[in-house]
Design a protein around this ligand. Structure first.
Ligand SMILES: NC(=O)c1ccc[n+]([C@@H]2O[C@H](COP(=O)([O-])OP(=O)(O)OC[C@H]3O[C@@H](n4cnc5c(N)ncnc54)[C@H](O)[C@@H]3O)[C@@H](O)[C@H]2O)c1
Ligand SMILES: O=C(O)C(=O)C[C@@H](O)[C@H](O)[C@H](O)COP(=O)(O)O
Ligand SMILES: [Zn+2]
Length: 353
């Protein structure tokens, strides 16, 4: 278990195989009896909605469900409106709660739903994808995309509890598992040490599954440590955005052809290549990073990186301050730093490598 202690809230991230079987008891530990909305997507709902609902009803919760289409397209305004409208139609009050049962898409959308309904009602994350278990369910970033911009509308809104059971991963498609592993490689590069060594031993999808518990615990522990020092990303939380400046830009330009983690993998390599040329990152680190991604079949390059539309997209990065981007460089494992680069120098910077 990892505890996230913040100025205005402390919550637990429970990580264990088998938690799924007593979800009701887990939730009863933090929430009194109330009306709850479980938000999920069609795929996750098909596997796990009935058991989750039954568990909650057994413990006296009044359950409403909302099953949405899967995929990034669901992290958009129409679905936020649908969720908020449902809460209002069912007369949810400030004493009720929203539960996300799913991956990062459902977690980000359900978090924003909970954060904005009546200016905020209680929220719990049940993380079912690897991305959600290693990253998105922890730390309180919620968001939707608008038009061609990733995560442009959102809040920092912390859950009351995060439940992570690695057994959910058994039903996850290989591509979705591997995508989530990109965030693990990212976090291990930021953390360095034993965690970096561990990702150096992972060479296949099966290795990811076999080591899932350790990978999740290490990822969550590192992320929690960062978030506890910098909840609202004024400083070191920016490190968690390694690979995301270019990654986010190409993710939406790929119109669904690239998953988030795949775009982050490409983004980490694209930016690190440039930092090697600029003598900021070591060539050894780049080689080892590439190897970790290639070993599990993650992409490391895309033609989208080299396009003008990608450059135009960078203006929307949340680390853009007055035309100066704050890029995350990793000099060597465990040594992240922020490098400032004017937006109008990015074309030369990217083409110069
Ligand atoms: N808030 C954060 O800090 C944060 C961090 C990382 C990523 N994200 C966001 O998360 C999203 C990506 O998350 P994701 O990769 O989980 O995508 P996702 O939620 O779309 O899940 C990927 C696919 O896996 C399926 N799935 C999830 N759990 C499953 C299970 N146990 N069994 C079978 N199928 C399952 C889903 O139905 C979906 O089709 C992106 O929008 C990204 O921006 C947010
Ligand atoms: O939690 C964070 O902080 C992160 O940056 C984690 C990222 O993996 C995640 O993709 C996040 O949603 C990116 O946020 P954004 O602020 O760049 O939209
Ligand atoms: Zn991410």
């Amino acid at each position: 278990m990892v505890t996230v202690s913040l100025p205005n809230k402390t919550y637990r991230v429970k990580i264990a195989t088998g938690l799924r079987e007593n979800i009701g008891a887990q939730i009863e530990g933090v929430w009194s009896k109330r009306q709850v909305l479980i938000m999920t997507d069609e795929q996750v709902g098909g596997y796990y909605l009935a058991e989750t609902r039954n568990q909650l009803e057994k413990f006296g919760y009044k359950v409403t469900t909302l099953v949405l289409p899967g995929g990034e397209q669901t992290k958009t305004l129409p679905y936020l409106e649908q969720a908020i409208t449902l809460l209002a139609d069912k007369h949810f009050t400030r004493d009720d709660g929203v539960i996300a049962l799913g991956g990062g898409v459902i977690g980000d959308l359900a978090g924003l739903t909970a954060a904005t309904y009546m200016r905020g009602i209680a929220f719990i994350q049940i993380a079912t994808s690897l991305t959600a278990q290693v990253d998105s369910s922890v730390g309180g970033k919620t968001a939707i995309n608008l038009g061609q911009t990733k995560n442009i509308m959102g809040t920092f809104y912390q859950p009351d509890l995060v439940i992570i059971d690695p057994s959910y991963l058994k039903t996850l498609a290989t591509r979705d598992l591997i995508e989530g592993y990109a965030e693990v490689v990212k976090t291990s590069a930021l953390a360095g040490g034993e965690f970096w060594d561990l990702t150096g031993t992972i060479q296949s999808k099966d290795d990811v599954l076999d080591n899932a518990l350790a990978l999740i615990v290490k990822s969550v522990a590192y992320k929690a440590k960062i978030v506890m020092q910098d909840e609202q990303e004024a400083g070191i939380r920016k490190y968690l955005n390694f690979g995301h400046t270019i990654g986010h830009a190409i993710e939406l330009l790929a119109h669904g052809d690239l998953r988030h983690g795949e775009a982050v993998a490409i983004g980490m390599i694209a930016i690190t290549k440039r930092f090697v040329v600029n003598n900021i990152s070591s060539a050894e680190f780049l080689k080892a990073l590439q190897q970790r991604l290639i070993d599990v079949g993650l992409p490391i390059d895309s033609t989208l990186v080299h396009t003008n539309v990608m450059l135009e997209q960078l203006v929307h990065d949340k680390k853009n301050r007055a035309g100066i981007l704050q890029l995350v460089a990793v000099e060597r494992p465990g040594q992240p730093k922020i490098i400032k680069k004017p937006l109008d120098e990015m074309k030369n910077f990217i083409e110069g490598a």
